[in-house]
Design a protein around this ligand. Sequence first.
Ligand SMILES: Nc1ncnc2c1ncn2[C@@H]1O[C@H](COP(=O)(O)OP(=O)(O)OP(=O)(O)O)[C@@H](O)[C@H]1O
Ligand SMILES: O=P(O)(O)OC[C@H]1O[C@H](OP(=O)(O)OP(=O)(O)O)[C@H](O)[C@@H]1O
Ligand SMILES: [Mg+2]
Length: 289
Amino acid sequence: MSASLSTDTLRIGIPSKGRLSELAEDLLTQAGLRFRRQNRGLFARVAGLPIDLIFLRTDDIPTLCAEGAIDMGVTGSDLVEEADADVTTRMNFGVGRCRLAFCVPDDSPIRSAAELDGKRIATSFPAVTARYLAKHDAKAHLVSLAGSVEVMIQLGVADAIVDLVETGSTLAANRLRILEEIGAYETVLIQGPRCRDTDTADRLVARLEGVVLARDYSMVEYNIPRSKLPEAEKITPGYNSPTVNSLEDSDWCSVQVMVRRGEVAEVMDRLKSIGASAIFEMLIHNCRL
Ligand SMILES: Nc1ncnc2c1ncn2[C@@H]1O[C@H](COP(=O)(O)OP(=O)(O)OP(=O)(O)O)[C@@H](O)[C@H]1O
Ligand SMILES: O=P(O)(O)OC[C@H]1O[C@H](OP(=O)(O)OP(=O)(O)O)[C@H](O)[C@@H]1O
Ligand SMILES: [Mg+2]
C-alpha cells in the first residue's frame, strides 16, 4: 500500500539499508506493527495505528529527528553523538553493540590519544573525535571519510584512525590495534523535542519494552516440594516475584518464574539439585509487566 504522509501522524524513521535495517524492522514487527515496504518506497503506513514509517539513512536519522521532520527514529547511539542532535533516548535495544576507538598500526610506538597531537587521523566520526581530542588537549588534522577507514593508514592518508570496532576482525585484518576507546554504543530509539503524537509514541515504547524484555528472559516452570520453596525462591526470585500454584499432592507446588536467558541452564542445575522436577524453559515472545 502506498500512502501519502499526513501532518499529524507519528513519523518514525528507520534505516533503509545497512546492518540496522533488518534489526529495526524485526523489532517493530515483533511489537505488532504491520507494514509493507514497497520496492524502493521511502515510507509505509502502519495498519491500524496512526504511524508512518520513513526509510532513511541511519546517519541522517538523529538530525531529522532533532529538526522535527520525523518524531522518533531507530539508529546507533554513536550517530546521535556524532550529530550532537537535540533528541531524547527513549530506549536502548541491547543490540548493535559496538565501540568507537582510536586505532594505530600494531607496531606503532604511540601509547595514548594525547600523543596524536599534530598527527593525521582518518575517521567517519570527525565531531566525536574532535571533541575527544580537545578534552585531552591534543590537536590533530582530521580526514573525514564515509567508510573503509581502516585502509587509510596503509594508503598513507593518516597516522591513526577513529572507527567502530565490534569483533575486532577488521582491525586484525589490517594489522591495527586499539589505542584508546572513546565510548560504547548500541541501537537506540530516539525522540525529537516536538512530537506529533506523544500518546502513540508512549504506546509504541511500551510495546517495544515488552519485546526487549521478552528477548532477555525465559519463563521457567518447575515442581518443588513445599518444604523446599524458600530455597527455590532464592534461586529464582523472578522479575517481581514467582507465581506459585498448588498441586493435587499438597506436599508439592508448581512455580512459574522469569529467568534471564543466559542463566537458565545454571538455574535448572541448581533447582534439580534441591529436588525440583519437571523443569521446563519456555520462550516468551512478548510481555507487558
Ligand atoms: N561492526 C559494526 N560496524 C559498524 N557499525 C556497527 C557495527 N555494529 C553495530 N553497528 C551500528 O550500526 C551503525 C551503522 O549502521 P548503517 O546503517 O550505516 O550500517 P552499515 O552496514 O555500516 O552501512 P554502510 O554500508 O552504509 O556502511 C553504526 O552507527 C553502529 O551504531
Ligand atoms: O570489529 P568488526 O566486527 O570487524 O566491525 C567493525 C567494522 O565494521 C564496520 O564496517 P562496515 O562493514 O560497515 O564497512 P564500512 O567501513 O564500509 O562502513 C566498521 O566501520 C568497521 O570497519
Ligand atoms: Mg558501515
